[in-house]
Write a protein that binds this ligand. Structure first.
Ligand code: XMP
Length: 556
C-alpha cells in the first residue's frame, strides 16, 4: 500500500492471513480514524461512487455502466490515499476484478477507508475475494478455473440487488479463486454450479459477486449494477448531460473571470464539444483556432468553419496553412516522420496565432476520461509504442497557459450527449474518428497535392456510398487509403497502369481492437465501380479484411 504508516504496514501484513481475530484488528485500524483511514470530503463535494481498480481489463467498463445509470463515478487505482478522495462525497465503493490472488505475497489490498467509511461496497470477482479475505472469510483456488457463461441461481429473491430480475441469471465468470467460507455477518445470496458462494451480502450494505456484471455477456448486468446503486447505496441518479452543462458553465465562468481563452479545433467531436461548452460559459472571451493543414477530407474544413461561425456563432480563426504543411512533408515517406513534422508545424502555427491575440490566459483541451485513466493507470507501463498518436490538438509544452479540460471526466458517449445538449449538429456529434495527421497517413509514401486529390476523391465516394447505404453510424471508421502499388488494368480498350486504392471499414467498441466490417457485396461493388469510373488515376480497388490485431486501423 502507498500508505506506509506503521499501522497500515502492520495491517497489510495481517490481512494476508485470514481469521476472525484479524478482522477485529482490521476494523479497529480502519476505525482508528488515523490520517489516511478517514474520508474528509470538502464542503459541497459532489456525491460519487468510487471504483477502485485492481487491474481487471474490465474496470473501465464498470465505471461506464455506473455512469450509464446517471450516477457520477470516478475510477481510481486501488492504492489511492484517502486524501485524494476529498473532492468527492463517496456514496459507495466498487472493488473491481483483478489478476492477483488475495493470498499471494504483495497482492493488492483493501484501503482501510473502504470499510472505515461505512458506505456500501460492491465487490466484483477479485473485489469479492478481497472483501471476504479482509473480513475474515476464506478464499481458495477453485478446483477448476471458471471462465465463460454460467447460470447463477438467486438464493435471496428479496435482496435489493435482484429487484425485478428472474431467479436464474445468465452471468459471465472469469476467476481462478473463489470464496469458500463467508465472513461473519454475511450470507449467500446467489449460487452457481461451480461457485456455491457466487454472491454474498451482509446487513451493512456490503455486497459481493463472483461474476462480472459489467460485461455484455451478463445480459442483466446493467440492472444488477443499477440495483446496487439505487437499492443498496441510495444514489440519486442525477448525473445527466443537462446537469453537467449547467455545473460546468458555472465553474468555467468562475475560473476564467474576464480572462481570454483559446481552443484548437481539430474538427473532431471532443474539441468541438469542449469549445461549445466553454463558449456557453464565456461567449466571446473564447477564440477558436482552426489550423487547416490541407490534410482533411473533402469539404471538412468548410464544414468546421460553417458549423462554428454560422451555426454556433463562435469566434473562429481559420488558419489556411496547406502549403506550409505540404512543404514540410515533401519527400517524407516514413509514417513516424510524417506525424512528427505535422505535429511540430501545428504547434508553431498555433503559437503564432495565440501570440497575435495578445494576452491569452487559458487553453481549452478536449481531454476525455479514458485519456485520464490511461495516464494514471497503475498497470501496464510496458506497453510497446506502436504509433505516436499525438493529436493535432496537443498542448505546446512551453506555453504558459492554464488548462481548461471540461470533458476530463467524461466517456465518449457522454461527450456526445453533452454535444447534443449544447445544440451541436448530429453530423459533428456522431462523426467517426479522424486521425490528427489526417490524410497524410492514408497516402502511403510521399504526400503530394496530386496524390492527396486522388485519395480525397476516392474517399468521398466511399463516404457517400456508406451514408447512402445507412451504415455510417454502424461503423467505427470507413475510409480509403491510397497505396503505393500500381497495377495493370484495361479501361475503355486501353491498357492502364494506375493506382490501387484500399477501402478500410471497421467496427469497434474502442480503437484498441477492431474487426473489418462485413459490408454487403453490392455496396462494395458500387464503391468499386464508382471509384474506377470517376477517379481516372485509379484502376484497382481492394477491400482490407484485416482485423486489429494484427493490423492497426490506419495503414501508417
Ligand atoms: P490505429 O491505426 O493505431 O488507430 O489502430 C487507432 C485509432 O486512432 C486513430 N489514429 C490517430 N489519431 N493521431 C490521432 O489523433 C494519430 O496520429 C493517429 N493515428 C491513428 C485512428 O484513426 C483510429 O481511430
Amino acid at each position: 500500500m502507498a500508505d506506509e504508516s506503521p499501522a497500515a504496514a502492520a495491517q497489510s501484513d495481517r490481512i494476508r492471513t485470514s481469521g476472525d481475530s484479524e478482522v477485529a484488528t482490521y476494523l479497529e485500524i480502519a476505525e482508528a480514524r488515523e490520517p489516511g483511514n478517514v474520508l474528509t470530503p470538502a464542503p459541497n463535494a459532489p456525491e460519487a461512487v468510487v471504483v477502485l481498480d485492481y487491474g481487471s481489463q474490465f474496470s473501465m467498463l464498470i465505471a461506464r455502466r455506473i455512469r450509464e445509470a446517471s450516477v457520477y463515478c470516478e475510477m481510481l487505482p486501488w492504492d489511492t490515499p484517502a486524501e485524494k478522495l476529498n473532492h468527492l462525497k463517496v456514496k459507495a465503493f466498487v472493488l473491481s476484478g483483478g489478476p492477483a490472488s488475495v493470498y499471494e505475497e504483495g497482492a493488492p489490498t483493501l484501503p482501510p477507508y473502504v470499510l472505515g467509511s461505512g458506505v456500501p461496497v460492491l465487490g466484483i470477482c477479485y473485489g469479492m475475494q478481497l472483501l471476504a479475505h479482509a473480513l475474515g472469510g476464506k478464499v481458495d483456488p477453485a478446483p477448476a478455473r471458471e471462465y465463460g457463461h454460467a447460470v447463477m441461481r438467486v438464493a435471496e429473491a428479496d435482496h435489493p440487488l435482484f429487484a425485478g430480475l428472474a431467479s436464474d441469471l445468465a452471468v459471465w465468470m472469469s476467476h481462478g479463486d473463489h470464496v469458500v467460507q463467508l465472513p461473519a455477518g454475511f450470507r449467500v445470496i446467489g449460487q452457481s454450479e461451480n461457485a456455491p458462494m457466487a454472491a454474498m451480502a451482509d446487513d451493512a450494505g456490503r455486497v459481493a459477486i463472483q461474476f462480472h456484471p459489467e460485461v455484455v455477456h451478463t445480459p442483466q448486468g446493467q440492472e444488477l449494477i443499477s440495483n446496487f446503486l439505487f437499492g443498496v447505496a441510495g444514489c440519486a441518479g442525477t448525473w445527466t448531460a443537462g446537469n453537467f452543462v449547467e455545473e460546468s458553465v458555472a465553474s468555467i465562468k468562475q475560473a476564467v473571470g474576464d480572462g481570454l481563452v483559446i481552443c484548437a479545433l481539430s474538427g473532431g467531436v471532443d474539441s468541438a464539444v469542449a469549445a461549445a461548452l466553454v463558449h456557453r460559459a464565456i461567449g466571446d472571451q473564447l477564440t477558436c483556432i482552426f489550423v487547416d493543414n490541407g490534410l482533411l477530407r473533402m469539404g471538412e474544413a468548410e464544414n468546421v468553419v460553417r458549423t462554428f461561425r454560422s451555426h454556433m456563432n463562435i469566434k473562429l480563426n481559420h488558419v489556411q496553412a496547406t502549403d506550409r504543411f505540404l512543404r514540410d512533408l515533401a519527400e517524407v515517406t516514413d509514417p513516424e516522420t510524417k506525424r512528427k513534422r505535422i505535429g511540430e508545424t501545428f504547434i508553431r502555427l498555433f503559437e503564432d496565432e495565440t501570440r497575435a491575440l495578445g494576452q491569452v490566459d487559458f487553453l481549452v483541451q478536449g481531454t476525455t476520461y479514458p485519456d485520464v485513466i490511461e495516464s494514471a493507470s497503475t498497470g501496464n507501463n510496458a506497453a510497446v509504442k506502436i504509433k505516436s498518436h499525438h493529436n493535432v490538438g496537443g498542448l505546446p509544452k512551453d506555453m504558459k497557459l492554464t488548462l481548461i479540460e471540461p470533458l476530463r471526466n467524461l466517456f465518449k458517449d457522454e461527450v456526445r450527449r453533452v454535444g447534443k445538449e449544447l445544440g451541436l449538429p448530429d453530423e459533428m456529434v456522431y462523426r467517426q474518428p479522424f486521425p490528427g495527421p489526417g490524410l497524410a497517413i492514408r497516402v502511403i509514401g510521399e504526400v503530394t497535392p496530386e496524390r492527396l486529390d486522388v485519395l480525397r476523391h476516392a474517399d468521398y465516394i466511399v463516404m457517400d456510398e456508406i451514408r447512402k447505404a445507412s451504415v455510417y453510424y454502424d461503423l467505427w471508421q470507413a475510409f480509403a487509403v491510397l497505396t503505393n502499388t500500381q497495377s495493370v488494368g484495361v479501361q475503355g480498350d486501353f491498357r492502364t497502369y494506375g493506382h490501387t486504392v484500399a477501402i478500410r471499414c471497421v467496427t469497434a467498441e474502442d480503437a484498441m481492437t477492431a474487426d473489418w466490417a462485413r459490408l454487403p457485396y453490392d455496396l462494395l461493388a458500387k464503391i468499386s465501380s464508382r471509384i474506377t469510373n470517376e477517379v481516372r488515376e485509379i484502376n484497382r480497388v481492394v477491400y482490407d479484411i484485416t482485423s486489429k490485431p494484427p493490423g492497426t486501423i490506419e495503414w501508417e
